[in-house]
Design a protein around this ligand. Structure first.
Ligand SMILES: CC(C)(COP(=O)(O)OP(=O)(O)OC[C@H]1O[C@@H](n2cnc3c(N)ncnc32)[C@H](O)[C@@H]1OP(=O)(O)O)[C@@H](O)C(=O)NCCC(=O)NCCS
Length: 153
């Protein structure tokens, strides 16, 4: 049985109205994220929704404040290798600074991981900073190899 506190912090899919509930401000706690116009938000939201199975953005709304306090996304990559297998890529995980340490990050990661598993992915991968390694280990992930990147801007 979930406590009444937990019932007020449920994981759900991103909704169009989440822009007015602090979704962009939450992403700004993660990385460079300029303000997004309502039109641009709606266009991107609809674009993602048209590919909803392969692009899942999850959030946790605090029912008491009506604010989005956690988010994360998973992209499902369809491959030729591994019998035309699929891989989940977890991205853009952040919990509001005032809500950290309440297991919300773990809740989001578990939901993203379960989603990828339910679609038949043979693995889920993500990049993280050294500081967050222990967090992901608590979520059942382990370190493997290294990350490479080339930025265009
Ligand atoms: C990393 C982050 C998502 C963790 O979210 P959170 O809700 O505070 O984490 P949780 O409360 O779910 O923690 C789950 C477990 O991991 C541990 N943990 C969390 N962050 C940790 C860290 N940085 N180092 C070590 N352990 C950590 C918690 O103590 C908890 O342990 P327990 O299950 O034994 O009690 C959050 O701190 C955050 O948003 N940071 C800024 C953005 C960021 O770095 N995002 C990740 C990008 S890769």
């Amino acid at each position: 049985m979930e406590s009444s506190e937990e019932q007020k912090l449920q994981v759900r899919k991103l909704e169009l109205s989440d822009k007015s509930k602090g979704f962009i401000e939450l992403l700004q706690q993660l990385t460079v994220c300029d303000s997004v116009s309502d039109k641009d938000f709606e266009d991107r939201f609809r674009e993602l929704n048209a590919r909803a199975e392969d692009h899942r953005v999850l959030v946790i709304e605090d029912a008491r404040s009506g604010k989005i306090v956690a988010t994360g996304s998973v992209f499902i990559e369809r491959k030729f290798i591994r019998n035309c297998g699929k891989v989940g890529h977890i991205e853009d995980v952040v919990v509001d600074a005032n809500a950290r340490g309440m297991q919300l990050g773990k809740k989001i990661i578990n939901a993203l991981t379960d989603y990828a598993h339910s679609l038949g992915c043979y693995k889920v991968i993500l990049d993280c900073s050294v500081e967050n390694k222990a967090f992901y280990e608590k979520c059942g992930y382990k370190q493997k190899e290294i990350q490479m990147v080339k930025y265009f801007s």
